[in-house]
Write a protein that binds this ligand. Structure first.
Ligand code: CA
Length: 221
């Protein structure tokens, strides 16, 4: 599922946009402050950010500059109540991919989100590899040490998530929100169940348990 992070402090706008995005088949999480938005952008797997400029703590522009400064390249669409050309320039300079002035129509926002997601994917390769693991994103088959295997839809999504974050420890919460959606019961042990399934296919030594933290994909050569 494609996840959109909406950083917006006006509850009416965020509720309206989140509802529309969910209806359009996206996963959507909402943060109402700059700092919490920054935290989620850094720690979750997010495909695109819709970012309000006027936030109660740090401005959307500052948030964006910090993210880009850390090398985060997720597409960002800025929402600005101010429609001055100066603001637009500031947004694009700090690394936004697009912007919309309030008030905006949801359909137009959706069209721009889809456009930016396509742009981000245009240069995405059709395989992801780490060590001797190769995942074909088109056929959804995994090759381990030259041996090919089929994956279920959830196993595929789980392995894809690990391959996009090689050698990084991913927590159960991160995996749950990325693979199963943000609304899934956080007390569920479904992540552990699917990690077991995946280990049977790729080998237990390639998917390490990091105590009290989560799991880490290790590439073997
Ligand atoms: Ca605002």
């Amino acid at each position: 599922m494609t996840h959109i992070l909406l950083i917006e402090d006006e509850p009416l706008i965020s509720a309206f946009v989140a509802k529309g995005l969910k209806a359009a088949g996206f996963g959507c999480s909402v943060e109402a402050t700059g700092e919490s938005g920054l935290y989620v952008a850094r720690t979750s797997v997010v495909d695109l950010i819709v970012l309000d400029v006027g936030l109660p703590d740090i401005s959307g522009f500052d948030l964006l500059e910090r993210l880009r400064g850390e090398g985060v390249t997720i597409p960002v669409i800025i929402l600005t109540a101010r429609s001055s050309a100066q603001d637009t320039v500031a947004g694009l300079v700090s690394g936004a991919d697009d912007y919309m002035s309030k008030p905006f129509s949801f359909d137009e926002l959706l069209a721009r989100i889809r456009l930016r997601l396509r742009g981000a994917r245009a240069d995405t390769p059709s395989t992801l590899s780490h060590g001797d693991i190769t995942l074909n994103l088109l056929t959804r088959r995994v090759t381990i040490d030259g041996r090919e295997d089929d994956l279920s839809a959830r196993e595929f999504a789980l392995l894809e998530t690990f391959l996009r974050h090689p050698d990084q420890v991913l927590s159960r919460e991160q995996l749950l929100s990325t693979v199963w959606g943000f609304d899934f019961d956080p007390g569920s042990n479904i992540v552990d169940v699917y990690v077991r399934y995946l280990r049977r296919k790729i080998g237990a030594d390639r998917l390490k348990t990091v105590r009290n933290m989560g799991y880490r994909l290790v590439g073997l050569s």
